[in-house]
Design a protein. Structure first.
Ligand code: 13P
Length: 248
C-alpha cells in the first residue's frame, strides 16, 4: 500500500495573523487524521514562522518553488539547500502557475526537480494539461512530455524520490473538478508510463490529484486506485476545509 499524502499549497496568500490561526486550527484537528501524511507549503517568508508553529505536530513543511542554482548571483532566488536548512521536507516544482505566468519550461522544472532531490528533499512534480489541450485529445501527450523532461535529466528511478501531482489546469481554482474517472484515467496513464520503464518505481510513486478538491469531493477522488492523495489550493486556506480533505 502506498502512503497517502495531502499537501496544502497556499500560493500567494496569508499574513502573520491569518497563518497563526490557520496553522493552529489544522494542528488542533490532526488527531482526527489517520493514515495520511499531511504537509503545508506557505510562501517562502512565512516558512520559519510556520515551522515554529508546527513544532510537536506531524505536519510536514514545504515550499512552493525553488531555483535550480546552488548559490551565487541569482537575485531573488531561494535554493534547495536553504529550504533544507530551514527545515522544509517538500518542494513543489513545475506548478502550472509557474509554467503559465513565469515561463517555466519543462527543462527548467526538471532542473528544479534535480536540485531538490540532490538536497534530499521531496519534490512534488506538478503535471497537467490546459483545457484546450484536453479538448484536442492531447492530455496524455502533454503529461508524458512533462514527465519525460525529468526522466531524461534524472532517470526514471529518480521519480521514486518524489511525488507527482496531476493538476489539470482547467480544474485549478475554477471549482471545476475532474471527475474521479477522468482523474483516475490520467493517473493510470502516468503510472503505466512509468511502469513501462520501471515497474517498481511505478508501484511506489505517490500520484496526487489537484484541482478544486474540497471536503465534498475528496473522498470519491481518493478512493480511486491510482490517486494517492491531493495537492490542495483554495481549500487549504481554511482549517476546517483542509481537515475535511485530510480525513477523507
Ligand atoms: P485549487 O485547489 O484552488 O483548485 O488549486 C489547486 C492547486 O493549484 C494546488 O497546487
Amino acid at each position: 500500500m502506498r502512503q497517502t499524502l495531502v499537501a496544502g499549497n497556499w500560493k500567494l496568500n496569508g499574513s502573520k495573523d491569518s497563518i497563526q490561526t490557520l496553522v493552529k486550527g489544522i494542528a488542533d484537528g490532526m488527531s482526527a487524521v489517520n493514515g495520511t501524511a499531511v504537509a503545508i507549503c506557505p510562501p517562502y517568508v512565512y516558512i520559519p514562522m510556520v515551522q515554529n508553529l508546527l513544532t510537536g505536530t506531524t505536519i510536514g513543511l514545504g515550499a512552493q518553488d525553488v531555483t535550480d542554482q546552488e548559490s551565487g548571483a541569482y537575485t531573488g532566488e531561494v535554493s534547495a539547500s536553504m529550504l533544507k536548512d530551514i527545515g522544509c521536507q517538500y518542494v513543489i516544482v513545475g506548478h502550472s502557475e509557474r509554467r503559465a505566468l513565469y515561463g517555466e519550461r519543462d527543462e527548467d522544472t526538471a532542473k528544479k526537480y534535480a536540485a531538490t532531490r540532490k538536497e534530499g528533499l521531496i519534490p512534488i512534480l506538478c503535471v497537467g494539461e490546459l483545457l484546450e489541450e484536453r479538448e484536442n485529445g492531447d492530455t496524455e501527450n502533454v503529461v508524458a512530455r512533462q514527465l519525460d523532461a525529468v526522466i531524461a535529466l534524472e532517470g526514471v528511478a529518480a521519480l521514486a524520490d518524489g511525488v507527482i501531482a496531476y493538476e489539470p489546469v482547467w480544474a485549478i481554482g475554477t471549482g471545476k473538478t475532474a471527475t474521479p474517472d477522468q482523474a483516475q484515467e490520467v493517473h493510470a496513464f502516468i503510472r503505466g508510463k512509468i511502469a513501462a520503464l520501471d515497474a517498481d518505481v511505478a508501484d511506489k510513486v505517490q500520484i496526487l490529484y489537484g484541482g478544486s478538491v474540497n471536503g465534498g469531493n475528496a473522498a470519491e477522488l481518493f478512493a480511486m486506485d491510482d490517486i494517492d492523495g491531493g495537492l490542495i489550493g483554495g481549500a487549504s486556506l481554511k482549517a476546517d476545509d483542509f481537515l475535511a480533505i485530510c480525513t477523507a
